[in-house]
Design a protein around this ligand. Sequence first.
Ligand code: SF4
Ligand code: F3S
Length: 321
Amino acid sequence: MWWNNVETKPWGYYPLAWDINILSKLGPQVWENGVYKGKTIFEVALSERYIGYLPSEQDWASPNIGEDETSSFLDEQNFFQIIPHHVWNFYLARICNHCTYPACLAACPRLSIYKRPEDGIVLIDQQRCRGYRECVRACPYKKAMYNNVTRISEKCIFCYPAIERGEWPRCMRNCIGKIRMVGFVNIPEKADSENPIDFLVHIKKVALPLYPQFGLEPNVYYIPPIHVSNIRYLQQMFGPNVQNAIEVYKKVRLGEEPEVKGALLLNVSTDRLITKFKVTDKDAIGFDEKGHEVVRVALKEPTIVRPEFDPALGVYRHNVT
Ligand code: SF4
Ligand code: F3S
């Protein structure tokens, strides 16, 4: 269960203060024209391969600390004093990022961790692992996890058997809020505008990586929240292009970005992997890797209002929307 948690930012963390700890160790983070010029967790390390830390038992013990709190702590000296502050929080769903440059893999002295060349999924070989926990120490996202019962480490396996069948991982299929989508992403230089993930990540840049300054090139991308008043907080978390992503997403809500809307609608309307998509005046259409149509959704859902009085049953019904 802990492989896949949701934190309430700014004050929720699991393990406790994981990002504050790593950001403090990383030191100043310098960006120039959207490019990171500071040091990554690999470059800042002096005598080791990376900087990291092993969370304590206490850090793992309290997943609920800070959850559903807003942007300011209560004044502990005076609980009844109302302190003015901006009220915002947002939910950050977190799984292993299946990084392009995984620190967990680099750290394991047993060579127990590998990245599959065919799909980029990062796995811990459960036969080879001896529980050295260097992976836990190295992963800045704290998504390699030691199991005290089996005494070896484990992590999200991105439901690779489902991916091999062309289906989505279980957490994405079951997401009630329909906020998750999955697909293959190309490198930026080979971005394909017909690939919905490339389109969102590389072309429209509406989805951004989490803490790109760590240097692992994480492969989970987030559409940043649009209601957070502290833009610097979001810039630290998702990089300097966050304002652009917010502007694009706001336009979707105004109906000004039909292709982005189409890509988003498609991806939450099927549990099959979509490799190409097309948006017409009315529909968004998704295709699998063989070019077969997988899903088609209307850009504008029809609204049907039923009559209040039903003569067949002689009853009145209220339309509640
Ligand atoms: Fe490894 Fe952590 Fe990256 Fe997952 S998020 S691949 S556990 S470094
Ligand atoms: Fe290696 Fe981590 Fe196991 S460092 S031995 S994969 S606990």
